[in-house]
Design a protein around this ligand. Structure first.
Ligand code: SF4
Length: 406
């Protein structure tokens, strides 16, 4: 078990953050459902969808999806992540964050098909957790995650070799990967004594790691790693940032040796947009507002908020709040809009005045769902996600360690 050192105050910590700033932009897309043909950029991501699906009106798609769903009955389970648009989430048998959906996937022993309305790494996890006979499909294969893409497995393996060579045999590093990563990286952490975590259980995953080692290598989201490390009592000066674009991660050997937590330099473009200025403006314009943010936001944003947590925690906090309360929420806009609709007696709004959906989640359009479901009726399994046996073996170990966390 590691010993935590006394950390400096928040003011001193803030100066350590200057080099973490990595302003990013996020294009804002219309949220109103329109035929896929009117979203040409979305078609270009998966060009083999048959032409007939492109021009179908939303009402026709809805009818065809409901009809296919009814015909498939209990053979089919549809999972929907909170960040999916309403036009997609309406078809989900189960909704949730990646942890909850992971549990639902693991519980699917009877269904033949799982259609995952989320992004690629989630469908991979569903394939790993379901029995081999269950066929998992992702309606649009281009629905990835830009954060997961920031941790290329070869870069992580190289970083691991460099870090462990620097430390020698004297220190034990436990790797933790956020759920938002490829199956190969989940297998890597499984094979090296580590585990997977989500934003719901990152603190418990850190506790697991520090019971078994002296340092954590956390990827791919630097913000979740830093926010979790902070909550565990580590100072910012005990957390080093590994810049995978630079030799040696841009760190000296002493920095690697001294760090308790080594953070991968990845981030979520959607959550990194939230700022302290937005929180200050929300407080000024809505006196008494409660600010709750997702832990993928920057450290200084989490410090300025009243509360933070996974999407499940955000949903619970807002849903259980008293009527008349006001909430400024720092997470993806589709979830915030849904929360606002479900809580008409409360003021619920997104911290970011420029709405920004997760552009990769948004690639799941109802036209792709209709295509995949009607394919099943004709005996075709479209866009199946299959994880090879070796990768599956170790990634299952890493996922099961997470699911067994207290
Ligand atoms: S919200 Fe961010 S982390 Fe989540 S899927 Fe989208 S890009 Fe990835």
């Amino acid at each position: 078990m590691t010993t935590l050192t006394t950390r400096p105050g928040i003011g001193e910590q803030a100066s350590l953050l200057a080099h973490y700033s990595d302003p990013d932009t996020c294009p804002t897309d219309a949220l109103t459902p329109i035929p896929l043909v009117e979203e040409p950029a979305f078609i270009s991501w998966q060009q083999d969808i048959p032409r007939e699906y492109l021009e179908l009106a939303p009402s026709v798609l809805e009818r065809r999806i409901r009809s296919a769903r009814a015909a498939l009955g209990s053979r089919l389970v549809v999972l929907g992540h909170h960040y999916q648009r309403d036009e997609v989430i309406q078809y989900a048998d189960f909704t949730g964050d990646s942890f909850k959906l992971c549990q639902h996937a693991a519980a699917q022993k009877e269904a033949e098909f799982v259609v995952f309305c989320g992004v690629h790494f989630m469908a991979e996890s569903a394939d790993i957790l379901t029995p081999p006979g269950v066929r998992v499909m992702l309606p649009n294969m281009a629905a990835g995650c830009s954060m997961a893409d920031m941790a290329d497995p070869d870069d992580v393996y190289a970083a691991w070799d460099e870090i462990t060579a620097t430390l020698g045999d004297s220190a034990r590093v436990v790797p933790i990967t956020y759920m938002n990563s490829t199956a190969s990286l989940k297998a890597f952490v499984g094979e090296h004594g580590g585990l997977v975590c989500t934003s719901s259980n990152a603190g418990k995953a850190f506790a697991y790691a520090f019971e078994r080692g002296e340092k954590v290598l956390f990827f791919p989201d630097q913000h979740l790693g830093r926010n979790t490390g902070w909550q565990m009592g580590f100072g910012l000066d005990e957390m080093a940032l590994w810049n995978w674009r630079r030799p040696g991660g841009g760190l000296t050997e002493a920095q690697v040796r001294d760090a308790k937590v080594i953070l991968w330099q990845g981030h979520c473009r959607t959550h990194q947009r939230f700022s302290v200025e937005q929180i200050e403006r929300a407080r000024k314009e809505h006196p008494g507002v409660r600010v709750i943010v997702h832990p993928e936001t920057r450290w200084e944003v989490m410090q300025a908020a009243d509360d933070w947590g996974s999407t499940e925690k955000i949903v619970k906090a807002v849903s259980e709040a008293p009527e008349g309360s006001s909430w400024a929420v720092g997470t993806e806009i589709n979830l915030v809009n849904r929360l606002a609709k479900a809580n008409p007696g409360k003021t619920v709004f997104c911290l970011d005045p420029v709405v920004c959906p997760c552009s990769t989640m948004y690639r799941i359009h109802p036209a792709y769902i209709a295509w995949v479901l009607e394919g099943l009726l004709q005996g075709h399994v479209t866009n199946e996600i299959r994880v090879d046996a070796d990768t599956r073996k170790w990634s299952l170990v890493a996922l099961e360690r997470m699911l067994a966390l207290p």
